[in-house]
Design a protein around this ligand. Structure first.
Ligand SMILES: O=C(O)c1cc(=O)[nH]c(=O)n1[C@@H]1O[C@H](COP(=O)(O)O)[C@@H](O)[C@H]1O
Length: 235
């Protein structure tokens, strides 16, 4: 059995990393029907964005809550249950076995999909070593994906540069979501393990998360359409 093929528009997830509801409403209205899937993380989430997430869901948009949960199992499971009640489509947790198990238990029979974050795209070998990990990026990602697969996780968040290996280890049935996506010529910012939309799709990503190259663009809708066109051409 393989994954249901996402609607092509749902392959692009726009990260609403914005400081206020007003800024988020402005971008969502500029993006209009072009974008169907939004990610809400720390910045907007802690600025009233969870109510906005419910509004987006009410308007038929899909919402990815990206709070990268990691806590004791009971706290994770109950937090996940609350996100499931919101009607969100995706939620991130860090790929620690206890945390992943608790999250899968907490979502119950809801359609919420739990995504496990392997090694952040802003980390390179030196960052991982500084954080006390003896293994390098590849080995850490591989081990976490193996564990996520054993636990029966719904999907993985990884760098586009890891996606080929992740697909091999994970098999065809679970989702791969890649941030760290940069259209040719756009600034990397703090991202270290990046690739273009076409490379991410060809490596096996199901969904791409793009923030600044779209939300900080003078024409966000044109920037989103350009990413979607590159995705469509690479499929
Ligand atoms: O879980 C995530 O979405 C995530 C994981 C990761 O490893 N790297 C990463 O950049 N992200 C998120 O993806 C988005 C990328 O935003 P831009 O770098 O502006 O495109 C941000 O909202 C990050 O929080």
């Amino acid at each position: 059995m393989s994954l249901p093929v996402p609607d092509p528009r749902d392959r692009l997830i726009v990260a609403l990393d914005l400081p206020s509801l007003r800024a988020a409403e402005d971008i969502v209205s500029k993006l209009g029907d072009t974008v169907s899937f939004y990610k809400i993380g720390y910045e907007l989430g802690f600025a009233g964005g969870l109510g906005f997430a419910r509004e987006l869901i009410g308007e038929g948009k899909k919402v990815f809550i990206d709070f990268k949960l990691h806590d004791i199992g009971n706290t994770v499971a109950k937090g996940v249950a609350s996100v499931a009640h919101m009607g969100a489509s995706f939620l991130t947790v860090h790929a620690y076995p206890q945390t992943m198990r608790a999250a899968m238990e907490g979502k119950g029979a809801s359609p919420l999909r739990i995504l496990a974050v392997t090694v952040l795209t802003s980390y390179d070998e030196a960052d991982l070593a500084e954080a006390g990990y003896a293994q390098g990026v590849d080995a850490t990602v591989r081990r976490r994906v193996e564990q996520a697969g054993e636990i029966g996780i719904d999907g993985i968040v990884c760098a586009p540069t890891d996606a080929t290996m992740v697909r091999e280890v994970l098999g065809p049935r679970r989702a791969i979501v890649t941030p760290g996506v940069r259209p040719a010529g756009s600034a990397a910012g703090d991202q270290k393990r990046i690739a273009t939309p076409a490379v991410a799709i060809r490596a096996g990503a199901d969904h791409l998360v793009v923030g600044r190259p779209i939300v900080a663009s003078p024409d966000p809708a044109a920037a989103a359409r350009a990413v979607q066109a590159e995705i469509a051409a690479a499929l």
